[in-house]
Structure formats: C-alpha cells, structure tokens
Design a protein around this ligand. Structure first.
Ligand code: COA
Ligand code: AMP
Length: 635
C-alpha cells in the first residue's frame, strides 16, 4: 500500500512530487521552474536552479558537523591497503586538487577524461572537476588505448587524469602508457596529463605535458565550489550502442542529485551515516551513481573496493569487507555471486564472518538467474533484490523499493517500477501489451529527474535512438513483460548489445574489428550463453577464397585484434570458421537466429531466409565446437 501511494503520487503529479524531493538537497538558488520541456518534448528538470555537486557531497556535511565521519573507506586487497578518509580529509584533497585544476586554466564548460583504477584519487578527481564546473568523463580501465582515443576525440578533454598502474588478477594494467598511446592515436591532443604515481608497474617517463597529481594537489590553494545551472553537465559517460561508435550519455547536476538522494533512502533503504557498498568500478554508471555521488550526497560512508569477488585473495573477500566495515546495504552484479558460488558452493566462507550488519543485498547490471538469487537468499538469509536500470537512466527504473515498503520477491523479476518511471510494455506499433506478453520495455515521458539529458555532440542520435521508436516514450532497448501483479520481468536486449559479466558491450563494434582482418570475407558477432558471465561474445567468420592462412592462426589474430582495439573487457575469446552465414534474401545476416540456435531458444526460421540448409551447417559447427547449450540440445 505504501509503495502504491508513493509511486502513484510520482506518476499522477510528477512536478509536485519532484519539487518535494528537490527540497532534500541544498541548492545555491532554489529552482522555481520544476518541469519544463525541450523541443522534442523531453523533460528538463529544475532549469533555473543553481547548485554544486561537490558542495553537496562534502562541504554540506562538514557544515552540518559531520566532518569527522568517514566519507570513503578504501579497501584494496590487491595492494594490501586500507584507508579511512573523513569528509574533512576529502575536503582538503578535493578543494586543493580543484584549485590545481583551475590553476591549469580549467574552468566551467571544459571537459576532462579520468582514466584510473579504483583508488581514492579517482574520486578526488571526479569531485574536483564537479567543484569547478568541469565536465568529467571517466573511462573504464578495461578499455584499450584505441577506445580511449575515440573518447578523447569525441569529448575533446583539456586534460587527462590518470595513474601509473592498476592491478588485475593476473597482471598489472599500465594506465599511463595506455594514455600516451591513446594520445598518439587521437586527433585531439589534451594539453595536460595529470599522473598519480603508484610507484609500481611500468616506468612512467614524464612528457612535457605531464604533471604529478600530488604536486598539483600539494602546491595549490583550495578553491570553493562554483555555482552551476541544474542542467550543467556533471559528466559524460560513454556506453555501447548498436553501432561501433560509443555514445556519450550526458548527466545533469540538479536532477541527478535529487534522484540520487531520493534513491539512497527509498530504493536502497539507507539513512545518513550508514555504510553502503557498490562493488563495481568508477568507470561504469554504477560507480558514478552508487560508489561516488549517491552515497556521498546522502552522507553515507562509501566503500571503494579495489579487488575482485574471487582470487583477491579468495571467495571470502566480499564477506570480509561487509563484516569489517559494517556494510548495511551492498550492490553487485550477479556474475560476481556466480563466481563466488562456483568457488564456495556451500557458502563456508560466509559463515566465517558476522554479517548481521547487512540488511539488503542488491543485484543489477545483467539478468539475474533464479538459481543464483535463491542460493544467495538462502545463504545470507536476507532479501536479495534484483533491480534494473541503465547508464542512460543513471538510477534504478525497476526495484523493490525497500525504503518505502518491502515487496514480495519474485525471482526473475526486478519487481515494480520505481517512483517517476511509468513503465509500459509495447508492441511494434506502440500499443500496450497484455499481462505476461513480451514486448519492448518503454517509459512514458516525462522521465523523472536524473536521467540522461542528451548525447554528447549528437542530439540527432539521441532523438532517433531513444525517442522516435514510440511517440511519447523513452525506448529502453530491453525486452520484457509484466505479470498480472505488475511485476516486470526483463528478458534481454532487443538490439545488438550484450552483457558480459555485467559489462555492456557492442557486438557491432567487435564485428567491425573482426571484419577488418585481411582473411575475413564476412562475419557475425553475437552473444551466447555463458554459465559464469551470463553472456559471452562469439564470432563466426567466412574466409576469403584466396586466403592462405590456417584457421587457428586467423582466430588467434582476430582475438588479439579485438583485445587490442577494444580491450580485455570485451572478453572476446572464440572465433569459428563457417562456410556461409544465414541471411535474408536482401542480404541481412540473421544474428538473432544464430544466437537462438546456440542458446537452445525456440526459434522460428524466418520466411525471408535465403537458404535453409545453412542452418544445419551452422548447427554442425556449434556441435563440433561445443558452443553454448548446443550439446544439450542435440543430445
Ligand atoms: N582494468 C583493466 N582490465 C580489466 C578491468 C579493469 N578495470 N576489469 C576487467 N579487466 C580485464 C580482466 O583482467 C580480464 O582480462 P584477461 O582477459 O586478461 O583475463 C578481462 O578484462 C575480462 O574481465 P572480466 O569479464 O571481468 O573477467 P575476469 O575473469 O577478470 O573476472 C569476475 C571474472 C566474475 C571475477 C568478474 O567479471 C567480476 O568481478 N564481475 C563482476 C562484474 C561487475 O562488478 N560489474 C559491474 C557492473 S555492476
Ligand atoms: P549498463 O548501461 O551498462 O548499466 O547496462 C544496462 C543494461 O544491462 C540494461 O539495458 C539491461 O539490458 C541490462 N540489465 C541491467 N540490469 C538488469 C537486470 N536487473 N535484469 C536484466 N537486465 C539488466
């Protein structure tokens, strides 16, 4: 009942609802225009409000007397370090580093790229940019220099902030050399590279443009937060689209702060002062919203974890962190839980720790399979909550809003729409589908505050990609259905985006790389089922007639090319040679069919197919190579 009341209020009168929520944050100038619309009828929240995100995350709490509270607990099993950072200490570092950025000439309206591992300096860099109105774009460390170069050319940063190195399970990641390589590749040349030297990994010779992070911080005067418009871009976050070119999601400031504050309390059920942990990476949206800005706006202590769920040092690491730092609510991806379950199926490690502090375990980033959800529920004995959102939305769209009223968990469903999201299941013509019938998941406009403002430098793609498919709706790109109780079940993407270990990747982008190999005549890349990572990419290639290389060499070369061009995060490890690819008579490759055959999904052979016999050939290749579920299908 409480949930229905809250939700209905947000849908029936969004303006009144979000005006109340906006009063929960401190504006320099309170907005008088609550909800406006742009030329596409797209919502603009709080247009005349003025504020500063760094102020909300730091200064405000110090003014309220909480300067000594831990803002960040940095826990790094990969370097054996732990550090507690209070709001006072964070203020010291952020205000001085922001002063340093300003001394380099960076100012409101400029952009900066942050390419860093999970270290406190990454958060300092983000907040320092926000303090002086510089728009940051954090790039995930698993992307290769070529991908970084694409982002440099798109958002044209004046500076790049980086570190010498990061630590992966099997290797050291050479961040700074990657930055240098990316700048070699890019057309746009940033004026400065600011380097945090971790003093391990590859040597980092300084170029003329380089400057040490700590020198800049230590030698600069602290600076006060500047006032920015509510719609000032706090950040650009690149995400995978259906073409090879990543799209830069623009996030506003005032709507985002309002939505995050609301979600910390009402979705995650944490109060000021609680310890909250999102085990993700600052390079993803989860990191932006729930490692950095959400918890800090809400005066929570946020955990910055530099490690993995397993092998750092073992599958007990999550439970150790929860118990040691008294985490109240945790958020991770189902893949992480599957990895732990594989190493410790009995949950013996969990029993070693007192986990009574943990009230809710949230999961998102990919579909959560029922087995994983049930296993975790049983082992933890607390509600395990699957919730659904995207880089575009910036905060949850479907969830069990435990801060309002805990609903019954239905495994396989991310529960009910979050306040402000009027979620509908539509057919091809934009008509609503009946209960239990699958369709496109769309959100009726207006979207609530905090969701994407636009795409950086590409308003046409924004309009065409999200608003044109269904008039008056935002198209999420996901498919799903609602049951008779209104619970929404997300069934997967309706486009060529895949989700590997909770990382969103574009198969179109991988396909472009595969197609560029000199022996490849044509190819298809698509996602197939993976026990651990949910999905993994598979490449099928048809070789050129005049090719002289052997198939193994070609496959190895292609795998290396994808790793080099996109990065290890693509997890592209399998390429198979086929004689032909199934196509429509008009020449379109039937990728969905290729995927469905491998995943044992019931498939209809499209009437437009040019040659049915190809399907049997493909099945034979899958069978020989033990692809996806195929072995079970034929046995
Ligand atoms: N910087 C550099 N490389 C990175 C990276 C980073 N930040 N993150 C991942 N990579 C690399 C990995 O080292 C790996 O490289 P490899 O091919 O040399 O082994 C590759 O990218 C693929 O990474 P991943 O898919 O994460 O696999 P993994 O085998 O390293 O780890 C898990 C498996 C399950 C432990 C890991 O996927 C995991 O922790 N998943 C949770 C996902 C998550 O938190 N997602 C955030 C969204 S909410
Ligand atoms: P990202 O933008 O990287 O956060 O990825 C967003 C995409 O991940 C969504 O569009 C979904 O396809 C998928 N996703 C995220 N959370 C869930 C979930 N709880 N259930 C199913 N899919 C999810």
């Amino acid at each position: 009942m409480k949930y229905q009341k809250e939700y209905q209020a947000s849908i029936q009168n969004p303006e009144a609802f979000w005006e109340v929520q906006s009063n929960q944050i401190d504006w320099f100038t309170k907005p008088t225009q609550i909800l406006g619309k742009d030329e596409y009828n797209y919502p603009q929240w709080f247009a005349d409000g003025q504020l500063n995100m760094s102020y909300l995350c730091i200064d405000k709490h110090i003014e309220d007397g909480f300067g000594n509270q831990n803002a960040i607990i940095y826990d790094s099993p990969v370097t054996n370090q732990k550090r507690h950072i209070s709001f006072n200490e964070l203020h010291h570092d952020v205000s001085k580093f922001a002063g340093g950025l300003a001394s380099l000439g960076l100012t409101k309206g400029d952009t900066v790229i942050i390419y860093m591992p999970m270290i406190p300096q990454a958060i300092v860099a983000m907040l320092a940019c926000a303090r002086i109105g510089v728009t940051h774009s954090v790039v995930f460390g698993g992307f290769a220099p070529h991908e970084l170069a694409i982002r440099i050319d798109d958002c044209k940063p004046k500076a790049i902030i980086t570190a010498s190195s990061g630590v992966e399970i099997k290797r050291i990641v050479p961040y700074k050399p990657f930055v240098d390589e990316a700048i070699e590749l890019s057309q746009h040349k940033p004026e400065k590279v600011i380097l945090y030297n971790r003093k391990f990994g590859a040597p980092c010779p300084l170029h003329e443009r380089d400057i040490h992070f700590m020198d800049l911080l230590n030698n600069s005067e602290p600076i006060a937060p500047v006032s920015v418009d509510s719609n000032h871009p706090l950040y650009i976050l690149y995400t995978s689209g259906t073409t090879g070119k990543p799209k830069g999601i623009i996030r506003d400031t005032g709507g985002y702060a309002t939505a995050l504050k609301y979600s910390m309390k009402k979705v995650y059920g944490v109060e000021e002062g609680d310890v909250y942990w999102a085990a993700s990476d600052v390079g993803w949206v989860v990191g932006h919203s729930y490692i950095v800005y959400g918890p800090l706006v809400n005066r929570n202590t946020t955990i910055l974890f530099e490690g993995k769920p397993i092998k750092t040092p073992d599958a007990s690491t999550f439970w150790r962190v929860i118990s040691e730092h008294q985490v109240k609510v945790m958020f991770t991806a189902p893949t992480a839980i599957r990895a732990i379950k594989k190493e410790d199926p009995e949950g013996k490690f969990m029993k070693k720790y007192d986990l009574s502090c943990l009230k809710y375990q949230f999961l998102a980033g990919e579909r959560c399979d029922v087995t994983t959800l049930r296993w975790l529920e049983e082992k933890l004995g607390i509600p395990v909550i699957d919730h659904w959102w995207q880089t575009e939305s910036g905060w949850p769209m479907l969830a069990n809003m435990v801060g309002v009223e805990l609903q019954a968990v239905k495994p396989g469903s991310a529960t009910l729409p979050v306040s402000g999201y009027d979620i509908r299941i539509l057919d091809d013509n934009g008509n609503e589908k009946s209960a239990n019938s699958e369709g496109y998941v769309a959100v009726k406009l207006p979207l609530p505050p905090g969701t994407l403002l636009n795409l950086w430098g590409n308003p046409e793609r924004f309009k065409n990609g999200y608003l044109k498919q269904f008039d008056g709706y935002y198209a999420s790109g996901d498919g799903g259905y609602k049951d008779e109780d209104g619970y929404v079940f997300i069934t997967g993407r309706v486009d060529d985006i895949i989700n590997v270990a909770g990382h969103r990747l574009s198969t179109a982008e991988m396909e472009e790389v595969v197609a560029s190999h000199t022996s490849v005549a044509e190819c298809a890349v698509f996602g197939v089922h993976c026990e651990l990572k949910g999905q993994k990419p598979l490449g099928l290639i048809v070789l050129k007639e005049n090719n002289t290389l052997d198939a193994t060499t070609i496959s190895q070369e292609i795998i290396q090319m994808v790793r080099h061009e996109i990065g290890p995060v693509a997890a592209f490890k399998e390429v198979l040679v086929v004689k032909r690819l199934p196509k429509t008579r008009s020449g379109k490759i039937l990728r969905k069919l290729l995927r469905n055959i491998s995943d044992e999904i019931t498939y209809k052979i499209p009437s437009t197919i040019d040659d049915v016999a190809i399907i049997e050939e493909i099945k034979e290749v899958y069978k020989q190579n033990n692809v996806g579920q195929f072995k079970q299908l034929v046995s």
